[in-house]
Design a binder for this molecule. Sequence first.
Ligand SMILES: [Zn+2]
Length: 184
Amino acid sequence: MVGTCVFCRRPITGERGAGMNVRSARRLFGSTPPAALAVTDDAGNERWFGHRGCIGEAGDRVRPPSRAQRREALLSRPFPDSRAGLATLLAKLELLDQAGYAALTEAQRNRFHDLSYVDELIAGGVEVEPALRTRVRIRQLGHHLNELGGKPLMREVLHLAAAPHPQVLRAVEMCWDEIGDWRG
Ligand SMILES: [Zn+2]
């Protein structure tokens, strides 16, 4: 027996366990595991043990969200109240949009550039194809800013967004064409 598994508290026998140093034990366990279960090695470092399967499950719980999950979270995030929050969201959406553009088919690109079609999608009734969701959200954000503070607010938020990411400036200017007094 190697010790007791810090996750399921059952004994670990044979080769089915693995040791964790204090750093990985904290990360996987969520806090420092009970000192009573620690084993001090010859060098004086505390180690905890777990079944390989239990360690794997704990790892799945703490693993960072996938690219698809981050994308979904970004697309479904409500518009923030602060200008800084709006600018950060705008920059992230535009960078995501640019990253996905290369994979669009020619037909999708035509719809992407057809801003009245994008406005129809915003108006609702038609399901938005996944490839156009960032584009729709960016233009929706433009409409939102226009309603809140017109062109001056749109410009302010866009410039805040573009300060650390200059590559978003021109693309958003064009995406917002003909929203209120905005001309891209
Ligand atoms: Zn276990």
